[in-house]
Write a protein that binds this ligand. Structure first.
Ligand code: SF4
Ligand code: SF4
Ligand code: SF4
Length: 739
């Protein structure tokens, strides 16, 4: 059933809004979806009131007022005017509460079914209201039910539920007494049964088709102390993204089915959307307000979907009038982001990297089942397409590094975390004990590394998960991860841990490695101490306290994934890294640190953000006109408490489909197939950004919010500052501000 729309005009005190509610209740009794709300011009007796009822077989999402009603009720004949009947469909029912006879309407309203009822006389006879104010709403509802061909029993049940049964006798009298004149000169509408309704119309009117209702007659004056203002506020997803992505921007563009715009928004802030859409720990999803309702929007999945499907149009780069020359050491995410920022600003950037191809840890450390190399190559290629030069295949020594500031205007150090934490226990030099990063390096670059037997991985971060899952694929019979804290404290991405478990990786928690036991020079076991968790440390995780309880976990190989840090011994003598800049003898050099070497954050998204920031600092230090990238302030982001969850239907987040565990452990092919489409974007609340949903307009009790030029305008001469529009806005698209 397409939506049936009913509008009611009355005056404050006549119970018009309740009448609309009764009509909705009757249709609800008949199994329909209903919606009803009022619209006041002044909350005082006698002031004009409008009320609306919608009826449909389907859930109703249209929140507009009713502009073209199928049926119209007028509770006070003095309100009757051409303006009041405006929009009523020809053949629609005009029900008028009046004592005037039908003959007095000869030549008037002939296009409509005219229904008349002397509701005041009936309500007075039944003593509904007071001596001075007769309330006609329940009586009129009886006439409406008859005029529309609805069953009287449905009205009786509705009155029962609404506690209005004492008014039913008056309704029945109106039901029996209503006079109806069929339309004249039109093909007559049959008395409309519940299912016979006019043609469907769009759910929500496009902005350009909006029509205003009549102006309320009562100005509210200037006694208000606050007025509503439309504005934009920072969405938490954008505030939480360390890379500085305009998350709400690309998600909302996708929700509007504008994939091209979504891709352009992403390309504007990150060189590595396809990479982050696969391997980012997604702090944006931690910040997402929908997390507090029914699960965060799958932002990472959407980022990947856009990167893989959107047509990325790279911005045209204009050469700077006096381009500067920048050397970037390291072709990982920080170096690539710095290079992109500098090249886009029209400068010359050259990336130095010891590997044969750019990508850094993305190429050497992250296995292909998480990040296919075509994706990395595609995104590296887009950076190079900006004119970035490379010098690959040889690591610079200290001397070469020391000479760079003389050859370039500025240098950016993006060398990552090169120092690998080992274990200074007995047996550390036994064959079969190796750094996990080196193992991954072999797997990723040589592709031929094999490992066998029972492999123990020590650590609980993403490198540990990569080692464990790669070991399975490289021939290990079984793999056990031993971690010194509990499962909840593991820093690895939760999905990675879950996928590792599904593939058969075993975990032992609260075990700290002390050393290794061997036989014939080869490792045969790891000595582990049981751990108890103490007070929280600086990272907020509970500190592991090693106990005297020991055991040996037998194994054939051990991969160490105990952490990494910056290797500053690679710096030339006298260079000192302080707050992201290199100093020599207390004097700052034009050498800036980017990413992990400076921050130690250890994620791709942090590295991208810091690479952009370092490039900005370097340009600013050379006196260039730049707006350095600054991470948005999370503290000012729209909190979940400002989102009206009750305006949104619950829906579970859409997740990526995965290859089956049995099939995936046999190859290094990508495990995740990604999202099938971009529909997940529709779950986004659009926190802090108005979506033109009309809710404020509909809920304004004064009816003085209007659409204007694809935006909204509040007529402040009628605004009483009640703030209902602001309270009802589902997403904080407006706010009350002091007058
Ligand atoms: S880079 Fe990471 S944090 Fe930023 S939007 Fe993408 S998934 Fe979220
Ligand atoms: S609901 Fe949308 S706008 Fe709000 S935080 Fe989540 S992704 Fe961002
Ligand atoms: S209620 Fe809707 S139209 Fe009004 S400000 Fe909020 S989002 Fe925008």
């Amino acid at each position: 059933m397409p939506a049936l729309e009913i509008r009611l005009h009355g005056r404050g005190g006549q119970g018009g809004v309740t009448c609309a509610k009764i009509i909705a209740a009757v249709y609800a009794e008949l199994g329909k979806s209903v919606q009803t709300f009022g619209d006041y011009s002044g909350e005082r007796s006698g002031a004009p009131v409008r009320a609306y009822t919608r009826v449909s077989d389907d859930p109703i999402s249209n929140r507009n007022k009713v502009y073209d009603p199928d049926h119209l009720l007028v509770l006070d004949p003095t309100l009757l005017s051409d303006e009041v009947v405006q929009g009523l469909q020809p053949g629609g029912t005009l029900l008028l509460a009046t004592s005037a006879p039908m003959e007095s309407f000869v030549g008037r309203f002939e296009a409509f079914r005219l229904a008349l009822i002397d509701a005041t006389a009936i309500a007075r006879r039944h003593k509904i209201g007071t001596r001075s104010v007769i309330i006609v709403n329940t009586t009129v509802a009886g006439a409406f039910v008859k005029a529309l061909g609805l069953p009287l029993s449905a009205l009786e049940h509705a009155y029962q539920h609404l506690g209005l049964l004492s008014n039913f006798a008056a309704a029945r009298e109106a039901y029996e007494g209503v006079q109806v004149r069929e339309p004249i000169g039109l093909e007559q509408r049959v008395a409309v049964p519940a299912a016979a309704v006019p043609a469907a119309r769009p759910d929500v009117l496009p902005l350009t088709e909006h029509r205003d209702g009549p102006q309320p007659p009562l100005k509210t004056g200037n006694w208000r102390t606050q007025t509503p203002k439309y504005s934009s506020y920072l969405a938490p997803c954008s505030a939480w993204c360390p890379a500085g992505n305009d998350v709400i921007g690309f998600v909302q563009a996708l929700a509007q089915k504008d994939e091209k715009a979504a891709a352009a928004i992403l390309a504007n802030t990150t060189p590595l959307a396809g990479v982050c859409g696969r391997v980012c720990p997604a702090p944006c999803m931690e910040g997402c307000n929908r997390r507090e309702y029914d699960g965060a929007v799958n932002i990472r999945g959407l980022e990947r979907w856009i990167a893989d499907h959107g047509e990325v149009v790279l911005p045209v780069v204009t050469k700077h009038a006096t381009p500067r020359r920048f050397a970037i050491l390291g072709g990982g995410p920080a170096g690539l982001a710095a290079a992109q920022t500098l090249a886009r600003a029209g400068h010359d950037a050259t990336i130095f990297d010891g590997e044969a191809a750019l990508g850094g840890v993305l190429r050497t450390g992250i296995p292909t089942y998480r990040l296919p190399r075509e994706v990395l190559d595609r995104e590296v290629g887009a950076v190079l397409a900006l004119g970035v030069k490379t010098a690959l295949g040889a690591f610079l020594d200290r001397e070469q590094l020391a000479s760079l500031p003389g050859e370039f205007d500025a240098v950016i150090l993006a060398t990552g975390l090169q120092k690998l934490r080992g274990l200074d226990g007995p047996g550390a030099d036994l064959a079969g004990v190796q750094q996990g990063i080196r193992f991954l390096h072999h797997i990723n670059l040589d592709g031929a590394a094999r490992i066998g037997g029972h492999v123990v991985v020590l650590g609980g971060g993403n490198t540990a998960m990569d080692c464990a899952r790669s070991a399975l694929r490289a021939g290990a019979e079984r793999v056990t991860v031993a971690y010194r804290r509990g499962a909840d404290e593991m820093p690895a991405i939760a999905e990675e841990v879950e996928e590792a478990r599904h593939e058969g990786v075993a975990f032992v928690f609260l075990r700290a490695p002390l050393g290794f036991v061997g036989e014939g020079g080869r490792v045969r076991g790891v000595e582990l101490a049981e751990v108890e968790l103490g007070e929280a440390d600086d990272s907020g995780r509970r500190r592991p306290v090693v106990t005297d309880k020991r055991s040996v976990l037998e194994c054939d190989a051990v991969l160490l994934a105990l952490g990494q840090s910056a290797e500053l011994s690679l710096l030339p003598a006298g260079w000192e890294l302080r707050e992201g800049r290199v100093h020599q003898g207390g004097v700052p050099l034009a050498v800036f640190a980017a990413g992990d070497v400076s921050t130690g954050d250890g994620t791709v998204t942090h590295a991208i953000g810091d690479g952009k920031r370092a490039a900005g600092r370097a340009m600013a230090a050379l006196g260039l006109d730049v707006t350095p990238f600054a991470r948005p302030d999370r503290a000012i982001a729209v909190p979940a408490t400002d989102i009206r969850f009750d305006h949104f239907a619950t829906s579970a987040a859409v997740r990526e489909s995965l290859e089956t565990p049995a099939a995936r452990v046999r190859t290094f092919d990508e495990v995740s197939h990604g999202l099938a489409d971009g529909l997940e974007a529709h779950r986004c609340f659009s926190c802090g950004e108005c979506t033109k949903c009309d809710t404020c307009l509909v809920f304004c009790p004064e009816g003085i919010i209007r659409r204007k030029d694809a935006a909204y305008e509040v007529d402040y001469s009628y605004c009483k500052g009640c703030g209902i529009c602001v309270k009802e806005c589902p997403r904080k698209g407006m706010e009350m501000t002091a007058v």
